[in-house]
Design a protein around this ligand. Structure first.
Ligand code: HEC
Ligand code: HEC
Length: 339
């Protein structure tokens, strides 16, 4: 009896947490296999009704000044929650100067934007509404517009207990929806969970290049393949007026040209790559790392010539494609919006 109990405990301890977590609890939110549970903020807990309200707001073009753009315009589910463009086009056809990152798995990183200037998804969500080249609106007008829609008043009432909702409630609902935009259960996850047939031979070799030969996991580490840390790879730093990146927030000259490490989940769908969208394919990204980035005074010490073989490069690309999974494809545009 004792020994079988002991055996049971050992067996249980050997099961990866993500597998245990795959058993849905009623009323709880289940993450795809291979991902850790979501840590819901104390002041913004999960509820299914809040996710649905957030989804409506995320896709609702009435949030923009002229009713032409929603969050999904630049972070579209059909495009891996990006816009697959080098730069996004905002209100009145204005083109921005930085690539639109994916919303997928942002639940696992507190700090948002390439330079980390927002400290939560709640903080981030209100930015684009009042950005003159994105949604071009003002916060008071967003609140006023939505408060005039009885369908929204009813939904905010049932989720937050008040019809007279504020910008804070809007941000909380959108952020809650975003925390459900996840990717896991990829061939890589299945392989890690014991299905050795989930990766092909090239992908297995590429995994070795990623973790051992090229040590990409020095920055792309953890379930989402990012430590959410800032690094200078030299991208765009040879331009006449390069993007300042993290320097814009810290004002520390050593941070000039450093950007937040992006997730590699769904990477085959979130092209083009880097903060300036300057690299079109994963092959180009691998070439960029192989040559040791672009020299500049703040180049990260981990970025150096890699001397990869042609086979290594092809395998590395194949491995990155094994990081495409599920958890986000079912999140589509609502058929109807509150009236
Ligand atoms: C016109 C295009 C556009 C629209 C509309 C837009 N975004 Fe973005 N989004 C961007 C760009 C470009 C960035 C990167 C900006 C930067 O880092 O400076 C970004 C960054 C983000 C990030 C940070 C991701 C990360 O990895 O740090 C999140 C989250 C996000 N947007 C969500 C939203 C939400 C929610 C809305 C709607 C309220 C929205 N976006 C509307 C283009 C857009
Ligand atoms: C020193 C930290 C670091 C190392 C090591 C590193 N990366 Fe990155 N990676 C980053 C940062 C930071 C960015 C964004 C840089 C920018 O836009 O200026 C990035 C961007 C990328 C992108 C583009 C992501 C996107 O959404 O645009 C890919 C793909 C990528 N890295 C793959 C790799 C591979 C493969 C390796 C190993 C050969 C590697 N990285 C090694 C930090 C690192």
């Amino acid at each position: 009896m004792r020994s079988s109990l002991w055996m049971g405990t050992v067996a249980l301890a050997a099961v990866p947490f993500a597998l245990l977590n795959a058993q849905p609890k009623p009323g709880a939110f289940t993450v795809p296999r291979g991902l850790p549970p979501i840590v819901w903020p104390k002041d913004n807990p999960y509820s299914a009704a809040k996710v649905e309200l957030g989804r409506l707001l995320y896709f609702d073009k009435r949030i923009s000044a002229d009713g032409t753009l929603s969050c999904a315009t630049c972070h579209h589910p059909a495009k891996g929650f990006t816009d697959q463009a080098q730069f996004s086009t905002g209100i009145k056809g204005q083109v921005g100067g930085i690539n639109s990152p994916t919303v997928i798995n942002r639940a696992y990183g507190a700090i948002q934007f390439w330079d980390g200037r927002a400290s939560s998804l709640e903080d981030q969500a209100v930015g684009p509404m009042a950005n003159p080249i994105e949604m071009g609106n003002t916060h008071p007008v967003v609140v006023e517009t939505l408060r005039k829609i009885p369908g929204y008043r009813a939904r905010f009432k049932s989720v937050f207990g008040t019809e007279d909702f504020t910008l804070d409630h809007i941000a909380k609902a959108i952020a809650t929806f975003e925390r459900t935009v996840l990717s896991g259960n990829s061939p890589y996850d299945k392989y890690k969970l014991g299905n050795k047939a989930a990766l092909n031979a090239s992908q297995v070799r590429g995994m070795d290049v990623f973790f051992n030969k090229a040590k990409c996991d020095q920055c792309h580490e953890g379930a989402s393949f990012t430590l959410n840390s800032f690094h200078n790879l030299g991208v765009g730093q040879d331009k006449a007026s390069p993007e300042p990146g993290r320097f814009a927030v810290t004002k520390n000259p050593a941070d000039f040209g450093a950007f937040k490490t992006p997730t590699l989940r769904e990477i085959e769908h979130t092209f083009p790559y880097m903060h300036d969208g300057s690299l079109k394919t994963l092959e180009e990204v691998v070439e960029y790392y192989d040559k040791g980035g672009i020299p500049n005074k703040n180049l990260d010490e981990r970025i150096k010539k890699l001397n990869l073989t042609a086979q290594d490069k092809a395998d590395l690309v194949a491995f990155m494609k094994s990081l495409s999974g599920t958890g986000w494809q079912q999140l589509t545009e609502p058929k109807e919006f509150p009236k």
